[in-house]
Design a protein. Sequence first.
Length: 167
Amino acid sequence: MLIQKKIGSLQERLNPTQTIDWLALHWYETNKRIQRKQTQSGREVALKFLQENPTLTQGDLLYEDDETLIVVSILPCECLVIVANSLFEMASISYEIGNKHLPLFFEDDALLVPFEKPLFDLFLAQGYSVKKEQRQLLNPLKTTVAAHGKSSESLFSKILKRTTADD
């Protein structure tokens, strides 16, 4: 089966009568434009997003017929969960993660990063509150990528502009 676009979200369906066939994806597969996968029931699926970057998220609806919905499910992975005690700590932690060009996620006032032992050891040595947990990485922070559309300003540029405007 060929899927070329998202058709909605499971959240939009209040009481789906169809069977949900989950398409399990790792967090790093959510931005791939072309890939072959198998749903939970064993259905072969080819994802081919040629017109746009898919950025698939938890609950995205990819296919629907009278009996079945194919819905994205992001698999949990081993990750670092870092809770900052101040804005300064948040900035320092974000800087270290950004310096290593690692993807950064945010959930429940915690920063999440796919697990890397050297980074885990570094944060422990620096005294930060860091844990290793199995979590779904659902809310990526895109701070260095310019948005397409009305504003091409990155989050960093906006922060820099606000901090220099107060001087």
